[in-house]
Design a protein around this ligand. Structure first.
Ligand code: NAP
Length: 286
C-alpha cells in the first residue's frame, strides 16, 4: 500500500496525453520497495499550459518530473539549467529540482542505448532509418551517431523538423545524416538501404492513432525493427515485422532504463531495477 503523508516527496510526469504511461507504476513500486516516502503522479498538461505547469513544479516543491510527448523540446526555455548532454540532444525528459532550480537532463539516449546493447544490436557500421524527429528521435539519433552508426536517415511527417535535427547531429559525430519526409522513407530506394528501422513517432500508441505509410511487403527479414511505443506492447509495426521474419524489438526495456536513471537523478539512490523490471513485465507481457 502506498501511503501519502504531509511529508511525502512528489515527482511526476508532464505529458499530453499521459494515460498510456507506465512510469507511475514503475516508480511507485520502486519507492515502496525501498521504503521511501515518495510518490509519482501523472499530469495531463495541454501545450498552452506547459509554462504554468513548470511554475507549479517550483511553487509546489516537487522534487522533479519526467517530461514526455509533446513537451520534451518545448520545456527547455522554462528551465534554469540544462545538462550539457541534454543541451546537445536538444530535448529534456527528466527535470530535477536542485535548491529551487530546475535542471533538465536527458535519460532517453542512455536508456535507448542500454536497451539496444541488451538486445545485442551493435549500430557500428550499420545504416539506420529513424521515423520521427521529435524529442525521443533526438535522443535515439544522438545515441546512434555517438556509437558509430554509419549512415542515418531521419524521416518525419514535418520535413523541416527532420532537416533541423540532421543539422544538429553534425555536432554530435561523423555519421552522414540525411533528412527525408515520412513518405520518402518508404519509397523503394530507402528501405533496402537500411539495416535498422526505429519508430520514434507516437503512431501506434492506443491513445494517439495515426498510420505509418508502411506495408509488410516493404520489409525484409534482415531488417531489425525497434518501436519506441511500448503500449500496446506489440504494436502494428512490430506485428508486421514479425510476420516478415524480422527481429522486432519493443520500447519496453528503454522505458525501464530511462526510468531507472531518472530515479537516481531525483533520489540519489540506485534504482531497484529488478522491482521496476518485474512491474513493467507484468503490465506489458511480451
Ligand atoms: N520506450 C520509451 O522509453 C520511450 C521513451 C521516449 C519516447 N517514447 C515514445 O516515443 C513516442 C514519441 O515521443 P516524443 O516525446 O518524441 O514525442 P514528440 O516530441 O511529440 O514527437 C512526436 C513525433 O511523432 C510524429 N507524429 C505524431 N503523430 C503522427 C502521425 N499521425 N503521423 C506521423 N507522424 C506523427 C511527430 O511528427 P511531426 O513532427 O510531424 O509532428 C514527431 O516526429 C511516444 O509514443 C512516446 O511514448 C518511448
Amino acid at each position: 500500500m502506498l501511503s501519502v503523508s504531509s511529508r511525502t516527496a512528489v515527482v511526476g510526469l508532464l505529458g499530453y496525453p499521459v494515460v498510456h504511461s507506465f512510469s507511475p507504476y514503475m516508480h511507485n513500486a520502486a519507492f515502496r520497495a525501498l521504503g521511501m516516502d515518495w510518490v509519482y503522479l501523472a499530469f495531463n498538461v495541454e501545450p498552452r499550459l506547459l509554462p504554468a505547469a513548470v511554475s507549479g513544479i517550483r511553487a509546489l516543491g516537487f522534487r522533479g518530473v519526467n517530461v514526455t510527448i509533446p513537451h520534451k523540446q518545448a520545456i527547455l526555455p522554462f528551465l534554469d539549467e540544462i545538462d550539457p548532454l541534454a543541451k546537445l540532444i536538444g530535448a529534456v525528459n527528466t527535470v530535477v529540482v536542485k535548491e529551487g532550480k530546475l535542471v533538465g537532463y536527458n535519460t532517453d539516449a542512455s536508456g535507448f542505448w542500454r536497451s539496444l546493447k541488451e538486445e545485442g544490436v551493435d549500430p557500428r557500421g550499420k545504416r539506420a532509418l529513424i521515423l520521427g524527429a521529435g524529442g525521443a528521435a533526438r535522443a535515439v539519433a544522438y545515441a546512434l551517431v555517438k556509437h558509430g552508426c554509419n549512415r542515418l536517415y531521419i524521416a518525419n511527417r514535418t520535413y523541416d523538423r527532420a532537416r533541423e535535427l540532421a543539422e544538429t547531429l553534425k555536432k554530435a559525430g561523423e555519421t552522414s545524416v540525411e533528412p527525408l519526409s515520412l513518405e520518402e522513407a518508404f519509397l523503394a530506394s530507402i528501405l533496402p538501404e537500411a539495416d535498422l528501422i526505429i519508430n520514434t513517432t507516437s503512431v501506434g500508441m492506443e491513445t494517439v492513432g495515426g498510420e505509418l505509410p508502411i506495408t509488410a511487403d516493404k520489409l525484409e527479414a534482415r531488417h531489425i525493427i525497434y518501436d519506441l511505443v511500448y503500449n500496446p506492447p506489440y504494436t502494428k509495426l512490430l506485428k508486421m515485422a514479425s510476420s516478415k521474419g524480422c527481429r522486432a524489438i519493443s520500447g519496453r526495456s528503454m522505458l525501464l532504463y530511462q526510468g531507472a536513471e531518472a530515479f537516481t537523478l531525483w533520489t540519489g539512490r540506485e534504482a531497484p531495477l529488478e522491482v521496476m523490471k518485474q512491474v513493467v513485465e507484468e503490465l506489458l507481457p511480451s
